[in-house]
Structure formats: C-alpha cells, structure tokens
Design a protein around this ligand. Structure first.
Ligand code: GYE
Length: 308
C-alpha cells in the first residue's frame, strides 16, 4: 500500500512483485520438488508468492486464477492439470492485463496471445527417448505394459505418442496392457497388481513403461510381491529422474528414467520480470532438455545429488 511505499522507498516497492501460482497438486515426488523449488526461488527474489494447490482438479485451478485476478497480482504462473478448457479464464486474465506464464503441461488454446510463453520440455521427445532405450535393450522384441499419467494431461498424451511412434517401427514390440495410474505411487502399485493378475503372474512380460517415476516406484513393489525381480524379469523405464529413482537404479529395480528438471520457478520468474520490464518478444515455447539415466550412467548424478 501507499504507507508502505513511503516507508520503503519506491524502488524496493517496485521490486516486491506479487505472483499467483496455480499448481497441479502433490501427486508425485517430482511435483513436490517443483513446488518447493518455486517457493524457494520466490523467497530468494523477494517475490510475494500466492501458492495454490489444485489437488489435481482443473476447477480448483480456475477458481484460484480468478481469485489471483481479483487480488490484482502482477503475474500468474499456471501448471495446468489437463490441456483443454483454459480459454475463458485466460481471456479474463488478459482483460485484466495480467501476464500469464504456462509451465510444465500444456494448454490447448488456439490463441497464443493468451499467455506470454510456455516453459516445458518436449513430452513427445521424452516418450521417444524412453522407447529408444527400450528397443535397444531388447532388440525390439518386447511385450510392454504401460502405466499412463493423468488422462487428458499433455504430459501423458505426449509421452504416449512419442513412445508409440518409436515402438511402431518394431514388429516384435507391442503394448499389451495400458491403463492410467494417475501419476501416483499408490495407483501405480494397485494398477500393476491387477495387471499382473490379468497377465497370469506376469512372467511373459518384458517391460514396464510408466509416464512418471512415482508410478514406477509403486509398480516395482507390485512386481516384487508377485515374486518377480523388477529391472530383470520385467525391465522398467520411466520419466522424471527424481531422487528416489536413483536409489532404484542403484538397486537395479529400475533400468532407465528420462530426466525432467523440476526447477521451473527461476525461468518463470525471469520471464515475468522481463515482461514487466517491457520485453515482449518471447519464444512461445521455451524448450527444456533432459538426459536419460540408465544403470550405465546414473552414478555421477547419484553422487552429486547425495552431496547436495
Ligand atoms: O512427470 C509427473 C507429474 O506434468 C511433467 O506430472 C509433469 C508430470 C511429471 O506428476 O511426475
């Protein structure tokens, strides 16, 4: 307020940005690291962060964004649950002249004026990387179980597309079961249990492909409880490269994970600060890259993370 402005002096007040952040939820280790990282980055920059956890429901996100608009925040960051249904609320933000930055999953809107930029990896490419690794490891001969992420999320849609594109080139490779486990560990275990039963115990299966690490970590428990060795009897390939997956790589329970950095707060705040400074020529998609960690190359990163 004004009283504060005269106490602090104009420049300090000008730098005290208020940013609303609508986060998907806390369904995975990747997600909670992402939330913590955004909060830490906001603290570091003296940004007043209004954090809202949507508990995986788009309607909660829309409510949160409307409330950010009503509060007159300087900018809004959205990590959308699903792709569709964003146009009305993004129009409202635009009418209020509040810049919106999309991070992580995508929004399907045909007007790219509705947001400043999107900071995210290429999910299709992540799926391709996972599939290329698996096709190499199995010479293209593999009966695969797929655990999908949240239905309608661009992360699940893209990863599925890229993976299927690659295995489609191999006659001996096919998805024998595919079901959503909603990106969570509990569902990953539960769904894998029922799949193993339906598959007569799972001895004929070659690999498990999961759209995130959290589901893989649940599913490997189910595999073990079914009397099989995850990582050997059933190969496991996944996405995220969260800290917990490194222990699983070390134990040999998981074979590969495609990396996706959870540190999206820094780049999002950089964009917001530049935008509020007058910059307008942003790329519409700032693409993040990631490595693939396997039992051959995980060691250095494992040590690095342990030391942090
Ligand atoms: O892989 C998963 C999370 O949208 C890319 O969501 C993100 C995914 C991530 O819950 O762990």
């Amino acid at each position: 307020g004004l009283a504060l402005a005269s106490l602090l002096g104009a420049s300090q007040v000008a730098s005290a940005l208020t940013v609303g952040f609508s986060q998907v939820g806390s369904e995975s280790g990747w997600r909670t690291t992402f939330s913590e990282s955004v909060k830490a980055e906001a603290d570091k920059r003296g940004i007043d962060l209004k954090f809202s956890d949507a508990q995986q429901k788009q309607e909660n996100q829309i409510k949160a964004i409307r409330s950010f608009i009503a509060q007159g925040v300087d900018a809004i960051v959205v990590a959308p649950v699903v792709e569709t249904g964003w146009r009305p609320v993004l129009m409202e933000a635009r009418r209020a002249r509040i810049p919106v930055v999309i991070v992580d999953r995508n929004v399907a809107v045909n007007n790219d004026q509705l947001y400043v930029t999107r900071i995210a990896p290429n999910f299709v490419d992540e799926g391709r990387k996972a599939a290329n690794w698996l096709m190499d490891a199995t010479d293209g001969q593999c009966d695969i179980v797929e655990l999908q992420g949240t239905v309608g999320s661009s992360a699940a849609i893209g990863r599925m597309e890229g993976f299927n594109e690659v295995i489609g080139k191999y006659e001996g490779a096919k998805i024998v079961r595919s079901q959503t486990a909603e990106f969570t560990r509990a569902k990953g275990k539960e769904v894998m249990e029922s799949i193993l039963k339906a598959e007569g115990g799972g001895k004929e299966l070659c690999a498990l492909w999961t759209h995130n690490d959290e589901m893989a970590l649940g599913a490997i428990q189910a595999i073990r409880e079914a009397g099989l060795k995850p990582g050997e009897d059933i190969l496991v390939v996944s996405v995220d490269a969260v800290d917990d997956i490194f222990s699983a790589l070390k134990a040999g329970d998981v074979n590969a994970s495609v990396e996706m950095s959870p540190h999206l707060g820094g780049p999002a705040f950089d964009v917001i600060e530049a935008y509020l400074d007058g910059k307008r020529d942003f790329e519409k998609w700032m693409v993040m890259d990631g490595r693939i960690f396997t039992q051959e190359n995980y060691q250095d990163e494992y040590e690095l993370r342990k030391s942090q």
